[in-house]
Write a protein that binds this ligand. Structure first.
Ligand code: SME
Length: 147
């Protein structure tokens, strides 16, 4: 079920963005498509890597933290390690940054363009354990095709 939804998003995004070069246009479109597709996506957005600081980019959801230091929280950890972070319950993640107390589980996927880390995609859910390897695998693949 999840897999089909991700494939559907991928087809739509590849078709919409095949000729697009601008990263903000791409990020805004990715967020709009994903956020609408999955009921458990409570906050969906990008933090861009600007001079080694994560700065909020296009997102949908409640107002978010604007700047996150590299290495801090789930986003900063994903950015620093360049590894997708899947967190079942944010209370158990040491150093998690609570922008909205309603968020319970979270996935953060690094976005690379070649060797360069340009951003992370962060998705939060109000339910525990919403994200797993299927989300990680599919989001990584979709982002690698677009950036
Ligand atoms: N929880 C994140 C911060 C970003 S917000 O959830 C939108 C973190 O710990 O990195």
């Amino acid at each position: 079920m999840k897999r089909e939804k991700y494939l559907d998003c991928e087809q739509k995004l590849v078709a919409m963005l095949s000729d697009e070069q601008d990263d903000i246009v791409k990020m805004a479109t990715v967020v709009a498509v994903l956020h609408k597709k999955f009921d458990y996506f409570y906050w969906t957005g990008f933090y861009r890597n600007l001079d080694d600081e994560l700065v909020v980019g296009p997102y949908q959801g409640t107002p978010a933290c604007m700047r996150i230091a590299m290495g801090r929280g789930v986003c900063g950890t994903a950015a620093l390690t360049r590894q997708t972070q899947v967190v079942e319950n944010v209370e158990e993640f040491h150093g998690h940054i609570a922008c909205d107390a309603a968020s319970v589980s979270e996935i953060v996927v690094p976005v690379l363009s070649g060797q360069e880390l340009i951003a992370v995609l962060d998705v939060d859910s109000t339910l525990e354990g919403s994200f797993d390897a299927v989300d990680a695998e599919n989001l990584e693949r979709i982002l690698s095709k677009l950036f």
